[in-house]
Write a protein of this length. Structure first.
Length: 505
C-alpha cells in the first residue's frame, strides 16, 4: 500500500496543481482574458514533465483540458462546447500541453541520464585509480564495496574469492557460514542466486532465493553477495551496480593472477636456493668420495692381503661409496641442467651411441636378456652425444633395477612422423627411441610423476635418473614419456633428425 501511494504521488501532485491553477484563473477572470491565462496550464505541465516524467505530465494535460472546459468555457459546469473557437482553444491547449510535457520529460530524462553516467564514470574512475596502486587491488576492492553501498541500492556487499576451492571474503561485510556455503554452491555450480548480470543490468532470478533482498551474483573471479535495501533498485542504481560488479570481477581475477604469480616466484626462488644448496653439497662431497674410493680400491688389491671378511666389508663399502658417488654426480648434473647447461647438438649416429652405452653398462646388464631392435639404416640425429648417452644409460639402469634376473630388456628406435611420436611441438620426422623392461607396471597415476625430481618407487633410489633424462630430452626439443605395454613398462623419447645435405646436379 505504501509503495502504491509513492507511485501515485506524482499524479496526485499534478492534479492538485491543475486545481490550484484553475482556482487562480477563476479568481482573476473578471480582470484578465481567460484564453491568455490558459498559458499557466502549459507552465504547470512543463514543470510536472521535468519533475516526474512523461505519464504525470499527460495526466496534468488531460486534467487541464477537462477543468478548463468545465469551469472556464461556457456553458459552465458542463463539458459541452458551444462555440467552435472555444473548441479550437481547448484542442490547442491539449496538444501544446501534451507536446510540452513530453519535451520537458525527455529533456529531464536526458539530463538525469547524463548526471547518472557522470556519477558512474566518476566512481569507476576512482576505483580504477586505486587499483593501479596495488597489484592485488585490496584497497580498490574495499573502495568498490563502499561506493556500491553509497549508491543507495545496497545495505551491504561482500566479495568472495576462492583459494583452492575455499571461500574467503576479501572485501566488504563479513558473512555468516550459511551465506558462505550458498556462495560456494553458486561458484561450484556456475549458477546465480537471487539476481544475475545481463546487458549491464541486475535482473532477478528465482534460483534458490536466499531471501527477498539477498542475491549471490557470479563475477569473473568469484561471487558477490548483495543485500538490497529494496527489492528492485531504480534503473540508474542497477546500471551502476552492474558496472561495479563487472569491475569487481576483473579485480578479483587480477588478485588471483597476482597471487598465482607470487606463488610461482616463491617456488622459483625456492628451487634456486635448493639447487644452490645441492650444488654446494655435491661439490663438498665429491673430493672426499674420490679419496675414499681410491683408498677402498687400494684395499681390494691382492697386495693388501685382506682376509675374506675384511675383503667383503671393503667391497660392500666400495659399492656404497660408488652409489653415493653416482648420487652426487646426478645432483651436480641436475643443478647444471637447471642452471641452463648448454647443449651442443651436432649430427650423431644413434646406433654408435647405443653401442657405446651397452659396452659401458655390460657388467651391470650381464644378468639380463638385452635385445636391440634398430633398423639397419638410421638417419643421423641432431644431439649432444654425451648427454643422449646419459639418457640411454639412465633408462637402461632403471630397467635393470626393475627387471627380474634373467628378464628381457629391449632397446629400440625407429623413424616416425612427429605427430605419431607424440611430439606436438615439432614438425617433420623424428627418431623415436625406447627402453622396455619386464618389471611391474607403473601405476597410471605415476606415469607422469616418475620424471619428477626425487620421485622413486623404492626407498634406496635417488629419484634423479629419470628427472635428468627428461631435462636433457626437453633441452634437445624432444619429449619423453612412460607407458605400460603388454610386455612391461616402456620409456620413449624423441630426438630431431639431422638436416640432410642438399645435393645438386
Amino acid at each position: 500500500m505504501a509503495r502504491l501511494s509513492i507511485r501515485a504521488l506524482p499524479y496526485l501532485a499534478a492534479l492538485a496543481g491543475v486545481a490550484v491553477v484553475t482556482a487562480v484563473i477563476w479568481a482573476v477572470r473578471p480582470w484578465l482574458d481567460i484564453p491568455n491565462l490558459a498559458v499557466a496550464y502549459l507552465l504547470l505541465v512543463l514543470w510536472v514533465g521535468a519533475r516526474w516524467g512523461w505519464p504525470p505530465a499527460v495526466a496534468a494535460a488531460v486534467g487541464a483540458f477537462l477543468t478548463y472546459d468545465w469551469f472556464l468555457v461556457p456553458p459552465y459546469g458542463t463539458l459541452y462546447i458551444s462555440a467552435p473557437r472555444e473548441l479550437l482553444n481547448l484542442v490547442v491547449l491539449l496538444v501544446a500541453a501534451v507536446a510540452g510535457g513530453r519535451l520537458a520529460a525527455s529533456l529531464a530524462a536526458g539530463r538525469a541520464g547524463a548526471e547518472a553516467s557522470a556519477r558512474e564514470s566518476g566512481v569507476l574512475n576512482e576505483v580504477a585509480i586505486a587499483a593501479l596502486r596495488d597489484p592485488e587491488a585490496a584497497a580498490a576492492l574495499r573502495l568498490l564495496c563502499e561506493r556500491a553501498v553509497a549508491s543507495g541500492g545496497l545495505a551491504a556487499i561482500s566479495l568472495v574469492a576462492f583459494e583452492e576451492g575455499e571461500p574467503e571474503v576479501v572485501a566488504g561485510s563479513e558473512l555468516p557460514a550459511e551465506d558462505l556455503e550458498q556462495a560456494r554452491w553458486a561458484y561450484e555450480n556456475g549458477s546465480n542466486v537471487g539476481a544475475y548480470l545481463r546487458k549491464g543490468r541486475l535482473k532477478a532470478t528465482r534460483t534458490f532465493p536466499a531471501g527477498p533482498r539477498i542475491a549471490h551474483v557470479l563475477v569473473a573471479g568469484g561471487v558477490a553477495v548483495l543485500r538490497f535495501r529494496e527489492a528492485a533498485p531504480d534503473p540508474d542504481v542497477q546500471r551502476l551496480l552492474a558496472a561495479l560488479l563487472g569491475l569487481a570481477g576483473l579485480l578479483l581475477d587480477r588478485r588471483r593472477a597476482a597471487r598465482g604469480a607470487e606463488r610461482v616466484r616463491s617456488l622459483e626462488a625456492s628451487d634456486r636456493l635448493k639447487a644452490a644448496i645441492l650444488s654446494s653439497i655435491s661439490h663438498e662431497l665429491k673430493s672426499p668420495l674420490t679419496t675414499l674410493r681410491a683408498g677402498l680400491t687400494t684395499l681390494l688389491m691382492p697386495e693388501a692381503h685382506l682376509d675374506r671378511e675384511q675383503r667383503e666389508l671393503a667391497s660392500g663399502m666400495d659399492r656404497q661409496a660408488a652409489r653415493l658417488d653416482r648420487l652426487v654426480g646426478d645432483l651436480l648434473t641436475m643443478s647444471k641442467l637447471e642452471a641452463g647447461l648448454p647443449i651442443e647438438r651436432s649430427p650423431q649416429d644413434f646406433a654408435e651411441m647405443t653401442g657405446a652405452v651397452l659396452a659401458a653398462l655390460a657388467p651391470r646388464l650381464a644378468g639380463f636378456d638385452v635385445r636391440v631392435e634398430l633398423p639397419l639404416e638410421l638417419p643421423p640425429v641432431l644431439a649432444d652425444e654425451l648427454q643422449v648417452e646419459r639418457v640411454l644409460a639412465n633408462l637402461l639402469e632403471n630397467a635393470s633395477e626393475w627387471t627380474p634376473a634373467g628378464g628381457r630388456i629391449t632397446l629400440g628406435a625407429s623413424v616416425v612422423p612427429a605427430a605419431a611420436a607424440g611430439d606436438v611441438r615439432a614438425e617433420g620426422d623424428r627418431l623415436s627411441a625406447w627402453v622396455e623392461n619386464q618389471g611391474p607396471d607403473i601405476r597410471p597415476a605415476d606415469l607422469v610423476e616418475v620424471f619428477d625430481k626425487f620421485w622413486t618407487r623404492r626407498q634406496e633410489g635417488s629419484g634423479l635418473g629419470l628427472a635428468i633424462s627428461r631435462r636433457i630430452v626437453e633441452a634437445h626439443g624432444g619429449e619423453i614419456r612412460a607407458e605400460n605395454t603388454r610386455r612391461g613398462p616402456r620409456f620413449t623419447f624423441t630426438l630431431a633428425l639431422a638436416p640432410q645435405p642438399v645435393t645438386t646436379r
